[in-house]
Design a protein around this ligand. Structure first.
Ligand code: PMP
Length: 441
């Protein structure tokens, strides 16, 4: 009775995994927010390229020329996928972390960055002159608090507002469009961390108006090792090259300081690039462009609400929210189970049920700590998940995160709900001991 998408997008098949209680089961991947399984189209593109690849840009051979074309064509495809402006720089990086570090190094010396405490560490730690705003408790608070900060710093030089499209902890959508309109009113720029947004929603850089966007291939159904930074080229062209070396330099003279750097993407792509990754990511973008993304989003929402409602019906389960249970979000659910540390919950789900989730603070420590405190989760809930100032393991509260993607079906969701319910009512079926500081079978 569920309106499954009429044109599902195939990902590589999930493997059978062994259960500690005996037998095996199809792996149910609920860790899409960390990395997604490869799209079939991306795997096919890689298989096709492997026998034919050669170094790009500097080779005269047939395969070099072919690969250079494929690499540059991938760049255009990815730019089109997010509807980048014609004059945006499209720089290939390793991942979102790399993209945001590149942008941080390219900012003018006197630039101030404004970011919420709720950001992933990749969008907090690279920034030098950073104003950290408290994690907002509603979309309108978010806009107001950026407004207040902009009032203070707008006249002190260039300003960048760095904000996520969707929380990697709770999946909640941030009011990007409103923040961008506001920032531009003050002459500030906006960098969108789209690592969690692009896999779930169509993103139109031109329509949104964000000045920069960063995302990762491995969260978008392509293999590891490829990300992008797309955006305004002026600061990027004025900055020192991110990776000095061949490809980034246009001329190297005999004197040590006689170097002229490239402009455009090449300036920051020193060294031999990851052509295979770029081509795979472009294959994903082409596939998604042709898909009915509205139908996919609706389907994901069906799965997410089924999961959230199913978990809500289990006594002792608490779900985490930044803005509130009803705020719009992508298919990510963060929760705890009373009486069971999050790392034990994750171990039970894996070992007894073949379900892969993630536990911890999700590289968003300030936010997750706050949400756990607000949810009343005891700090003794888990062991070893953080390091005290003395370097010894510390008792902290942590959470479980289940994230949905193109490989998820109704059956997976029901398996997860049933598994959590069983744990909450009957406890673990196995005696778990600590293996490398984590519960293991
Ligand atoms: N930003 C967000 C919102 C993320 O979820 C992640 C990955 N968890 C990152 C940045 C960093 O991505 P990567 O590890 O691919 O660099």
């Amino acid at each position: 009775q569920f309106a499954t998408p009429s044109r599902p997008i195939p990902v590589v098949e999930a493997p059978e995994v062994p259960l500690v209680t005996g037998g095996s089961v199809r792996y149910a991947n609920f860790d899409h927010a960390a990395s997604t399984p490869c799209l079939r189209a991306a795997a096919d593109a890689v298989a096709e390229l492997l026998p034919r690849y050669a170094s790009v840009h500097r080779g005269a051979g047939y395969l070099s020329a072919e690969c250079t074309r494929a690499y540059e064509s991938a760049r255009r495809t990815i730019a089109r996928f997010v509807n980048a402006r014609p004059d945006d720089a499209i720089v290939f990086t390793r991942n979102t972390t790399d993209s945001l570090n590149l942008l941080a190094r390219a900012l003018p010396e006197d630039a101030t960055v404004i970011a919420f405490d709720s950001e992933h560490h990749a969008n907090l730690l690279p920034w030098k002159r950073l104003i950290r705003l408290p994690a907002p408790d509603s979309a309108s608070t978010a806009v107001r608090s950026v407004d207040d900060a902009l009032k203070v710093v707008a006249n002190d030089g260039p300003v960048l507002v760095a904000v996520t499209g969707a929380s990697n902890v709770t999946g909640e959508l941030f009011p990007i469009a409103e923040i961008t309109v506001l920032a531009h009113r003050y002459g500030a720029r906006v960098a969108l961390d789209a690592a969690q947004l692009v896999p779930h929603r169509t993103v139109d850089v031109t329509a949104l108006g964000v000045d920069y966007i960063a995302f990762s291939g491995h969260k978008l159904y392509a293999p590891f090792g490829t990300g992008v930074l797309i955006g305004r080229s002026d600061w990027l062209d004025a900055a020192p090259p991110y990776l000095a070396g061949g490809g980034a330099s246009a001329h190297v003279g005999d004197a040590t300081n006689d170097v002229r750097w490239q402009t455009g993407a090449a300036r920051h792509e020193g060294g031999s690039p990851n052509v295979v990754g770029a081509v795979a990511l472009a294959a994903v973008c082409e596939t998604l462009e042709q898909a009915d993304r509205a139908a996919l989003t609706a389907w994901e929402e069906t799965l997410r609400t089924r999961l959230a409602d199913g978990l809500a019906a289990v006594a002792g389960v608490r779900q985490l929210h930044v803005f509130g249970a009803d705020s719009p979000r992508v298919g990510t659910v963060a929760f705890t189970v009373d009486g069971y540390p999050a790392d034990l919950v994750a171990a039970v789900l894996s070992a007894e049920h073949g379900i892969g989730v993630r536990d911890g603070l999700f590289c968003a420590h300030p936010l997750t700590r706050r949400l756990l405190t607000e949810a009343g989760v005891a700090p003794t809930h888990s062991v070893g998940a953080g390091c005290g100032t003395d370097g010894r393991p510390q008792r902290v509260a942590t959470a479980v995160r289940a994230s949905i993607g193109l490989g998820t079906d109704i059956d997976d969701v029901d398996r997860l709900i049933a598994a959590v319910e069983r744990l909450a009512t009957e406890g673990p079926r196995w005696n778990y001991s600590l293996v490398d500081g984590r519960p293991g079978p």
